[in-house]
Design a binder for this molecule. Structure first.
Ligand SMILES: Cc1ncc(COP(=O)(O)O)c(C=O)c1O
Length: 355
């Protein structure tokens, strides 16, 4: 469910990095809230060619979920609206609800959020923050092309607002064709950029970064100090030593190759089991397949039936901030090919029974 499975995690690399870091006594001391400067520098350079962020614009968090939740609380007062794509990441929906925010859905097409509708939503609600996944959106897999990105950024600038760019699947760009992040072209500090290492390495590498500038950065730092002071020093140092080792690139290449094979296996198994009973786009990155069911099939009913058949699938409504516009399932293709073929077979049986 949303992370690399154990056989694709770089366990040896992480273990040796953590063993080395654990012997450095200075890392066990109290650290600055924003995290280790060397790790902040690495995250800043990852944003790409434009090098819009310096290490001073980066704050380290214990994972992407903490980063999203803390950013919402730092930037949007309780009771105020926050704009989100629909469908969007369940963890962002629950973090916004827990912060007492009003979720305003912005419709998407196959190229992500629609700029005209985003501009309308800003005008109508007075919202100042938009949470977005421009690249391999979880769950739909949508990617905003470069022209769409420029229009989205223009709408955000026009509203004098911020976009929180959750770039969760940057390392799983399976066709090596993802456009650069919105953050790389943002000159005026409208983009707050989130990257996590938990997806790229292993779920327990609780290390992520939020990059921002100006007043937003100051508010994020203040909130970070209220939340939990700082991420454990040995973990931060181990993360840096893992991602800068030559074995890191090899790990990512291996994980991407496996995800391509696993995605293609699931896609062909579903096509042969179900033909055009279901509809989906083949995602070019990430690890999820978003499928549309025939309208008469309930997503929650089918997910419960699949659980009885020993298969975990996500009922689509969990990814909608308001009423879903159809019946959907989210499948994850990170598992082994044998599991995926068997899962597709059982899903085929359950859907054919309902048709
Ligand atoms: C889109 C998206 N953002 C953020 C996260 C948070 O992940 P983590 O806290 O492990 O970095 C997830 C995890 O499922 C996700 O799917």
């Amino acid at each position: 469910m949303g992370y690399l499975p154990p056989e694709l995690q770089p366990t040896d690399l992480l273990a040796s990095a953590l063993r080395r870091a654990a012997t450095r006594s200075e890392l066990w001391d109290r650290l600055p809230v924003e995290g280790l400067e060397s790790l902040r520098g690495w995250f800043a350079r990852e944003v790409g060619r434009g090098a819009v962020f310096t290490p001073n614009d980066v704050i380290i968090y214990p994972g992407g979920q903490a980063a999203i939740a803390s950013t919402f609380r730092a930037l949007v007062p309780p009771g105020r609206p926050v704009l989100v794509e629909t469908p969007t990441y369940t963890g962002a929906i629950s973090a916004a609800r827990a912060a007492g925010l009003e979720l305003i859905p912005v419709p998407m097409d196959e190229h992500g959020a629609q700029p005209g509708l985003l501009a309308d939503a800003f005008r109508r609600t007075g919202a100042r923050v938009f949470y977005s996944q421009p690249t391999f959106s979880n769950p739909s897999g949508a990617v905003m092309p470069a022209t769409r990105r420029a229009a989205i950024l223009a709408a955000v600038e026009e509203a004098r607002a911020f976009v929180i760019e959750d770039d969760w699947a940057r390392d799983f760009d399976l066709a090596n064709a993802a456009p650069e992040p919105l953050a790389a072209t943002d000159r005026d500090g409208h983009v707050i950029y989130i990257r996590s290492l938990a997806k790229s390495a292993a779920p327990a590498l609780r290390v992520a970064a939020v990059m921002a500038r100006g007043a937003a950065l100051a508010r994020l730092k203040a909130m970070r100090g209220c939340d939990d002071f700082f991420v454990s020093g040995p973990l931060q140092a181990a993360a840096l030593s893992a991602v800068t080792a030559p074995a890191w690139r090899r790990h990512l290449q291996k994980a991407r190759a496996a995800l391509v094979e696993r995605r293609d296996t699931l896609v062909s198994a579903l096509k042969s089991e179900l033909g055009d009973r279901i509809a989906f786009r083949v995602p070019q990155g990430g690890m999820h397949l978003w499928i549309r069911l025939p309208d008469h099939i309930s997503d929650t009913g089918l997910a419960a039936e699949m659980a009885r058949r020993g298969v975990v699938v996500g009922p689509g409504r969990a990814w909608f901030p308001a009423d879903p516009d159809g019946s959907f399932l989210r499948l994850t293709f990170a598992g082994t090919t044998a599991t995926l073929v068997e899962g597709a077979k059982r899903l085929g049986g359950a859907i054919r029974k309902e048709s």
